[in-house]
Write a protein that binds this ligand. Structure first.
Ligand code: ZN
Length: 134
């Protein structure tokens, strides 16, 4: 069994975190609290806490990055929504059993050491869904 606890963050693909920060940090109350390069994903991330959840800016670190490919196809914009669950292994097993298409059948480690896994947009009505457990 597992439960969805909340929207943990919304991931936004940007060409440049520095450029995007001009807008986001221009909103009173929003500040980038840390940036991190996730080598395995070829991505640099920056988090802006918004109360109980966060905005995650994602910048490609090279042309082969999934973020570079996303921007090539669709332009900058919302890339994924991340739901926080209390047991990611159970969540993945449950979704798989229900016949849903998963990108990751086992969790991997994302920014901040969180366990994350992606569910395919074909299973969710067009949204790339990240599950995460902190
Ligand atoms: Zn994310």
């Amino acid at each position: 069994m597992f439960n969805v606890e909340k929207i943990n963050h919304i991931g936004i693909a940007v060409k440049s975190i520095e450029e995007a920060a001009k807008f986001w940090e221009g909103l009173p109350g929003l500040h980038i609290t840390g940036t991190e390069v996730v080598e395995s994903q070829k991505v640099k991330t920056a988090f802006l806490p918004t109360g109980d959840s966060e905005i995650e800016l994602l910048e490609a670190t090279d042309g082969e990055s999934p973020i570079a490919k996303f921007i090539e196809k669709k332009g900058e914009g919302v890339h994924h929504i991340a739901l926080q669950v209390d047991n990611i292994e159970e969540a993945l097993a449950g979704l798989k059993e229900a016949g849903m298409r998963l990108i990751d059948e086992t969790p991997r480690y994302g920014a901040g050491g969180a366990k994350i896994a992606f569910v395919h947009p074909k299973a969710t009505g067009g949204i790339l869904l990240e599950l995460c457990q902190r």
